[in-house]
Ligand binder design. Sequence first.
Ligand SMILES: Nc1ncnc2c1ncn2[C@@H]1O[C@H](COP(=O)(O)OP(=O)(O)OP(=O)(O)O)[C@@H](O)[C@H]1O
Ligand SMILES: [Mg+2]
Length: 325
Amino acid sequence: MVNQTQSKKTPLIRYPRFNELHNDILLCQEATAQAGEPSCMVLEGVTGAGKSTLVKAYAENFPPYDNDEGTKIPVFYLETPSPVTVKGMALHMLAELGDPAADRGTLQVMNSRLIHYLSVCEVQLVILDDFHHLIDSETNRILATVSDWLKVLIKETGIPFLVVGIENSVDRILRANKQLSRLFAVREKLIPFSMATADDAHSFYLFLDYAQQAVKMQIEHTLSQDEFLVRMYFATDGVVANIMNLLRFAALLCAKKEKTSLTLQDLDVAFNKRLKEHLLKPPDPFMLDINLVLQGIQEGQSYLPNLSPGKRPKPKSAAQILRAK
Ligand SMILES: Nc1ncnc2c1ncn2[C@@H]1O[C@H](COP(=O)(O)OP(=O)(O)OP(=O)(O)O)[C@@H](O)[C@H]1O
Ligand SMILES: [Mg+2]
């Protein structure tokens, strides 16, 4: 599941939900070709959920190439600048598509050129990341302008769009325009890992396993997997960015000390240095009494192993956890 061909610095983890969403995006491309009408998708999630990583990895599967007619861009990935207006966004898109006169003309003229370039570059999917930048501080009137602009682009080009943003942000522009809403039949979320059910805990466990492989440092074999799972959830809220930040830094500290495995203490030091301020959490989640940790995450997370002192489970192997599922 860890992609060894990626950069050595940050190997990509292709966990099941990641692959599922890649498949959803591919289906949008295929459904568009089949129906002749753009099948668009929204991907929303909290900050750090891994949205940009996921869609950039998708775009990398369809890299730009040159042929006799010029540059072709099968999947056109674009970050929305901040702050930006609709005209600013059109300009940015034109510049990225290589228009030498990207800033010329009215919005209408820019739109015509944009439609032309998207067609000439044979774009099959447009991915607009951080789309909420376009609607961050907008009034309902501007919201309507954004949704109209998007609708015209999609309808005129026939190209499916994947619009990525912070939770519930993209939904706001779709609600502003029924026609646009219909084009975005696929609405997906990338939610943090959770401990709500045994399946959720299992997915989280697997991700932590891939993540340890990615940072090339495993937790000490004497540490219980259940305890590791619970404390990691407590410390990171199951958010991929927090998990990776914590494990990467802990692995770095270990490597500096020429250690070969991670202890709770290493994780605690890494948390206090890298996550405590950002998450506004109390310090030492890896050293805290396990009962306090369990109390801290009880609400809504019903699948929690019994870790009362005196009843601490023996360390489990990955195989045991998988069998127990
Ligand atoms: N599949 C993955 N494999 C490895 N690391 C990942 C993966 N997904 C996310 N990360 C890590 O988490 C960090 C945050 O991910 P990303 O920028 O994709 O989140 P995001 O949802 O786009 O956040 P934001 O809404 O703030 O833009 C990345 O820098 C990367 O280090
Ligand atoms: Mg992002």
